[in-house]
Design a protein around this ligand. Structure first.
Ligand code: ZN
Length: 135
């Protein structure tokens, strides 16, 4: 499966393509205004991979620093989606195959676990902080 790296303009376009906010869809089971663990009951065929936010050059470790200028926390529903910062600098972008609702996903590596995380890609929360990072 090809997985293109999308630039900020393309990511905004994917996020803005979804206009059926609040409409009933099979993906409505995914409640993830903020980061959540991907539910074990999740139907993987419901989402289609669109691309990634970073080409993940193996020689260039993306920052683990988060961006919360308004004092939000990692898992807050109103935390900015800061494309140059963790974890948005290492995400895959997915879309519901039925309604185009967009999502971000990445794998969290803890000391004794790995966890698939998912968050809805809300266009209103997008911030391009890529230029402020040395990548
Ligand atoms: Zn949907």
């Amino acid at each position: 499966m090809s997985m293109p790296t999308l630039n900020t303009t393309q990511i905004v376009a994917v996020a803005s393509q979804y206009t059926l906010v609040g409409a009933s869809c099979a993906c409505s089971a995914l409640k993830c205004a903020g980061w959540e663990s991907l539910p074990a009951t999740f139907d993987a065929s419901l989402l289609r991979l669109v691309g990634r936010t970073n080409d993940l050059d193996p020689y260039d470790e993306p920052t683990l620093e988060e961006h919360h200028p308004q004092g939000t926390r990692y898992d807050a529903a109103d935390a900015p989606i800061a494309l140059g910062h963790f974890p948005y600098n290492r995400c895959e972008i997915w879309q519901c195959v039925r309604c185009t609702r967009p999502f971000l996903r990445y794998t969290e590596y803890g000391g004794y676990y790995i966890d698939q995380r998912i968050r809805e890609l809300n266009a209103a929360l997008l911030i391009d902080t890529i230029a402020t990072q040395n990548r």
